[in-house]
Design a protein around this ligand. Structure first.
Ligand code: HDE
Length: 731
């Protein structure tokens, strides 16, 4: 790009949310209306045959077009991220709710008029780049803020705690959880011997393990999960006063997850499930939104908790320090090119702006080294910040030069500081001109490889998490252990894990043991032995026994909206057009989507002669891909569907996954034909709702019917249906 074009672009920069988009647009070439050229700009007149000596002869070395095209192709792949390889991303903007100068001088928080461009990449951790979205895993939640003071990266996860307390253990953790080295199995799964061997020897991981065993490990949508900065960071204000902060993203659409059986089936039916959901939501204008919140702790209160603020395996319960909402992020544009943007984006927790600073959390300190190091190998050299998606929207001036793939053409004679020949430029910025000043924390101590005793309460918050869950969530955690440990072949590892779990909750450990053919944890000495150097913390004034906020089932976390949900409307020839239209409109009004599903693709004629085109047929979709199902009446349509095994399976499976189902008119007869009929109450006149199944035998009150159906969709799951499985829980 010409230098003056770039300068003009950079001049526009900061105040507009579209600045980053415009900057990127300068780099995109879609070739519309253009001739095909080589990479050096020579027009090509034929690309379907290589240059040969005679039409049946050998290919000629001279064919520069062939060689250039093939060489580029041969080098198309770069190393995937060693963790978080599978990711999906979106552009958007962040807007502050109001100035907070008392907390931080960072400009992005202090002007509510300003829209700061962002790029967010959400990822799974363990799977390879082509692995499925819906596996049980932590999700990465990395946000790059292109602020007027430079880039700030908030590189967080959808769980607020981490497996380990010190960065030096990260390679071990990742080796243990990735596929085993001898046979590279299993893909994108922790359910194997190496991982649980590691965990059974690492009591500090138990709090995070409890989160990973919960349904938070397979979000329904990236727009329906929380995000956390995990570490304690610092805010610093203009007076240089610092406060501890924990960052939180709260999804406006509420927190919702899949269920495990569903998640596994989706991994086969649509491995791109979450990626597609994010993409389609943005294409439809259903923009995912997240509020940014902070928990703020005064420096005087650093030691006021029953855990160490520097320990990344601990949360500050929201009930102890409430979250202050400071702004909102809206994701409103899909990337133009996956590789150029989503793959090449390079996050780094060390990318901070004035007003945001670090603490001595040893995990954070480890990360501050690792992220630049990894980009050097992944992106091939030190110039990765010049890749369009990584470039700040402000100008960059320094004496860094050369290296692989240098983009900038620096002018001038000097490339060092101090200099007189370049007028002393680029010069250092005093604080008043926005120069970054590190918070002047006093540090002293002996050089020592040791962990502070204040980090050694390994189970207190694992208990807190478990005790804060509803019964159904506890059941799912138990089932997750049955699955994960059930796949572990080595009985000694399973046994050690049962002892480890006993340190969190005895009753849970017994239930887990009974489900995986292992002795219940009766030996107190062994329970203590696996706990290693665990030191339970004394209760203090701020201690709590439960934190309702960590339960997804907590009503405040669910929000009661239908935004972003997807409903299958199953029809056949002769369906009732009016009810379909009515329900569809209600869904659209709530920013949910409806798909018309039928046995075959094509136009389907309703009983009144109107037609509707199908979006999916029985083969291209499945009930696991929807949040709810609606089957309208229409005598002929229902009579046909009664004979379709796929429809019956749709209904049964949706019921098993505790999703809302709605039947109107003759469609109620369809339900009568299924084994579910005995499980839901017999419908009376009018509209009936039983365990999330909405029924209306006649079409007199469709308004009420749609209303009740929407309420059920907002509730999402009807866990009482899992009651029938309760007998099978070993106690
Ligand atoms: Fe990362 N992490 N991490 N991590 N991490 C990477 O950086 C690392 C940790 C997180 O979408 C890598 O560019 C170490 C915690 C996200 O591009 C790598 C330690 C949290 C992403 C790396 C941690 C995260 C990464 C791989 C322990 C939540 C994806 C490729 C000291 C707060 C970013 C890359 C994206 C990616 C190292 C622990 C979040 C290797 C050494 C804790 C969201 O550098």
């Amino acid at each position: 790009m010409a230098d003056d074009t770039r300068r003009k672009m950079e001049e526009k920069t900061t105040n507009s949310s579209t600045a980053k988009n415009e900057q990127l647009d300068q780099h995109s070439e879609n070739g519309e209306g253009q001739y095909l050229t080589t990479s050096t700009g020579v027009r090509i007149n034929h690309t379907n045959d290589s240059l040969k000596a005679g039409s049946r002869g050998p290919t000629i070395m001279e064919d520069f077009h062939f060689r250039e095209k093939m060489t580029h192709f041969d080098h198309e792949r770069i190393p995937e991220r060693v963790v978080h390889a599978r990711g999906s991303a979106a552009h958007g903007y962040f807007q502050s709710y109001g100035p907070i100068p008392e907390l931080t001088k960072a400009k992005l928080f202090n002007d509510p008029e300003k829209k700061t461009p962002v790029f967010v990449r959400i990822s799974t951790v363990v799977g390879f780049r082509g692995s499925a979205d819906t596996v049980r895993d932590v999700r990465g939640f990395a946000t790059k803020f292109y602020t007027e003071e430079g880039n700030w990266d908030l590189v967080g996860n959808n769980m607020p705690v981490f497996f380990i307390q010190d960065g030096i253990k990260f390679p071990d953790l990742v080796h243990a959880i990735k596929p085993e080295p001898h046979n590279e199995m299993p893909q994108a799964s922790a359910a194997h011997d190496n991982f649980w061997d590691f965990v059974s020897l690492m009591p500090e991981s138990m709090h995070t393990i409890m989160w990973v065993m919960s349904d938070r490990a397979f979000p329904r949508s990236y727009a329906m999960m929380e995000g956390f900065g995990v570490h304690t960071f610092r805010f610093v204000n203009a007076e240089g006063k610092s406060k501890f902060v924990k960052f939180h993203w709260k999804p406006v659409a509420g927190i919702h997850s899949l269920v495990w059986d569903e998640a596994q089936k989706i991994a086969g039916k649509d491995p791109d499930f979450n990626r597609r959901d994010l993409w389609e939501a943005i294409e439809m204008g259903n923009y995912p939104e997240f509020e940014l919140g902070v928990q703020v702790v005064d420096p005087e209160d650093e030691f006021a908790f029953d855990f160490d603020l520097l320990d990344p395996t601990k949360i500050i319960p929201e009930e102890v320090v409430p979250i202050k909402m400071i702004g909102k992020m809206t994701l409103n544009r899909n990337p133009d090119n996956f590789f150029a943007e989503t793959e090449q984006v390079a996050f780094h927790p060390g990318h901070v702006v004035p007003g945001i600073d670090f603490t001595n959390d040893p995990l954070l300190q480890g990360r501050l080294f690792s992220y630049v190091d990894t980009q050097l190998i992944r992106l091939g050299g030190p110039n990765f910040n010049e890749i369009p998606i990584n470039r700040p929207v402000v100008e960059v001036h320094n004496n860094q030069r050369d290296g692989f793939m240098r983009q900038t053409i620096n002018k001038g004679k000097t490339n060092y500081f101090p200099n007189s020949r370049g007028g002393g430029c680029p010069m250092m910025a005093p604080e008043t001109a926005g120069g970054y000043l590190h918070h002047m924390e006093k540090v002293e101590g002996h050089k020592i490889r040791e962990r502070s005793d204040s980090f050694k309460d390994y189970f207190g918050q694992a208990k807190l998490f478990y005790n804060s869950q509803t019964e159904i969530e506890k059941k799912h955690i138990m089932e997750a252990f049955h699955f994960e440990l059930g796949k572990v072949k080595d009985k000694e590892i399973r046994q050690r894990m049962v002892y480890m779990i006993a340190n969190v909750d005895k009753d849970l450990a017994v239930k887990v043991a009974n489900g995986i053919g292992i002795n219940p944890p009766t030996d107190e000495a062994k329970i203590k032995e696996v706990a290693q150097d665990h030191i339970p913390r004394e209760k203090v004034k701020s201690s709590v026994d439960t934190s309702p906020a960590v339960s997804m089932e907590n009503r405040n976390n669910k929000k009661g909206s239908i935004k972003g949900r997807k409903v299958a409307i199953m029809i056949d020839e002769g369906f009732d057009y009016e009810t379909v239209m009515q329900v569809k409109k209600k869904l659209m009004d709530g920013n949910a989507t409806a798909e018309i599903v039928s046995k075959f693709h094509g136009m389907i004629t309703a009983s009144n002669g109107e037609t509707l085109e199908t979006d999916k047929n029985h083969i291209t979709t499945a009930s696991v891909l929807y949040d709810a199902i609606f089957i309208p009446g229409g005598a002929k349509s229902v009579a046909r569907m009664k004979n379709h095994g796929d429809v019956i399976q749709f209904i049964n499976e949706a019921y098993k996954h505790c999703k809302p189902l709605a039947f109107s008119g003759e469609a109620v007869e369809l339900l009568e034909n299924t084994a579910l009929w005995n499980l839901v109450k017999e419908p009376q006149n009018g509209v009936n709702v039983s365990k999330g199944v909405v029924m209306a035998s006649n079409n007199d009150n469709m308004g009420d019917f749609s209303e009740r159906f929407m309420e059920c969709i907002a509730q999402h799951r009807f866990w009482e249906r899992e009651d029938m499985d309760h007998d099978s829980i070993p106690a």
